[in-house]
Design a binder for this molecule. Structure first.
Ligand code: SF4
Ligand code: SF4
Length: 210
């Protein structure tokens, strides 16, 4: 469900500048709010802010609103927005950049919870076991109790195997995760390229979204 109006609580220019230095962020200042990204997004109806709004919120330095948005977790990384943006902005990359920042800032919601459980299961087994994922998430999210009958039905039809598949050798996976943790957001922000100037009076056109 989308909110109607964004009321800026605070402008965090350091946050804006940090994001502009990340992959996909260089052209954020040139966003003209055409809405092509939001109009192309297959899951924008589930987001509290569309990709167009997220880009504008970054321009405005609305750190708290951006990082608490469910948009960054709902994104399926389908790249539709990125390949269509007429200004060469990559909202897909931005979503991936914003996730670890939100985690680092200690933001907790059902999406961050699921993401952490998913990563833990994959780290431990090398596979995304559906049974482990669902059972761990259900324990941590009380609302999931309603899904128990559905889960049992899936099990009875053999659609939710109880067996837990494991990789033979987890050492390679450990080194991949280790590398990812080492590089992190710091490395992503080392671009020396000067971004374009931000125009505060950019149009708020939302035509392409409709
Ligand atoms: S497609 Fe989205 S990010 Fe690109 S210019 Fe239009 S509104 Fe901005
Ligand atoms: S990459 Fe994410 S934000 Fe972009 S269109 Fe796909 S789901 Fe929407």
């Amino acid at each position: 469900m989308q909110k109607e109006t964004i009321i800026p609580e605070s402008k965090d220019i350091a946050f804006r500048d940090l994001i502009i230095k990340t992959p996909g962020g260089k052209n954020i200042p040139t966003c003209m709010q055409c809405g092509v990204c939001a109009g192309s997004c297959p899951v924008s109806h589930e987001m509290d802010y569309t990709p167009r709004q997220i880009v504008r919120m970054i321009q405005l330095g609305l750190k708290k609103e951006v990082l608490n948005s469910n948009t960054i977790w709902i994104c399926t990384t389908c790249f539709s927005c990125s390949v269509r943006c007429p200004r060469g902005i990559y909202p897909t990359e931005l979503m991936e950049t914003l996730k670890p920042i939100a985690m680092k800032e200690g933001i907790k919601n059902r999406n961050t919870k699921f993401d952490k459980i998913f990563a833990d299961v994959v780290k431990k087994n090398g596979r995304a076991s559906e049974f482990l994922l669902i059972s761990k998430y259900s324990i941590s999210e009380p609302g999931m109790i309603k899904q128990v009958p559905f889960g049992l039905e899936l099990m009875s039809k053999g659609k939710l195997p109880l067996s837990i598949d494991k990789m033979d050798d987890l050492r390679e996976l450990d080194s991949i995760f280790g590398l990812g943790e080492k590089t992190g957001i710091q490395e992503k922000t080392q671009s020396k390229e000067k971004p374009p100037e931000i125009k505060e009076n950019d149009s708020d056109s939302q035509e392409a979204e409709k």
